[in-house]
Write a protein that binds this ligand. Sequence first.
Ligand SMILES: [Mg+2]
Length: 263
Amino acid sequence: MDLKKLRCLVLDMDGTVYLGNRLIGEMDKTLAALRRHGIRLCYFTNNSSKNAKDYEEKLTRLGLYDSRDTVYTSAMATVSYLNAHHRGKSVYLLATPTVREAFLEGGIPLTEEGADIVVLAYDTTLTFERLRVANEHLCRGALYIATHPDMVCPTEGIPMPDVGSFIKLLEGSSGRVPDVVIGKPNALAGEAIMAAVGCAQEEIAMVGDRLYTDIRFGINAGFGSILVLSGETTREMLDASDVTPSLVLDSLNDLPALLGITP
Ligand SMILES: [Mg+2]
């Protein structure tokens, strides 16, 4: 990765720019300095329980959002994937009401019966009844798509079960594993992000705190990759891993100095 070519940062959120509802250091000032330096910011989260507008509101509240920034979620990537590869196919969707709305706005035909495809998003409103029906569609051979692979979702306390945990549950009941997992580390979203920000691969770096999603995504998409040690990954985990980021920082707050940006 050549830092002199850097024009866009794809940013993970939790563990990278904030922890829960707390900024990591003076992240608002860091991001403002990067924008002044002409660097575009694209937030990209695997969390498919909220839509882009929900994230814009949270980032705005924390002083981390600017109208030039882009927000992209694994749910948005899934809508694009369905429209590109399975247009018109009926979908049984496990998702929250706001994300269901985004699928309908994206033109995805949602159904309860006879689904061609089951999509497992991060449904924090999930009921046993919806799990039961999803399992029936899977046992009958529906295509199976999950929005992302994360096992747990960080909180200020004990992490919550995330889509990866529900994948295990449905594997137990149906014997099925997803045919496609859309979010990080799958490179599928890379093209959409390049189109959204108008930058080439070598001008983009993915910044995140997880090796197996964020950093792998950066590598798979052909972007640079910057691991920050402000979230999940420790030095010990990095040393034990076969995933090699282009750059390792204690936090993203250390980047401006490396780019020669004075605060
Ligand atoms: Mg993270």
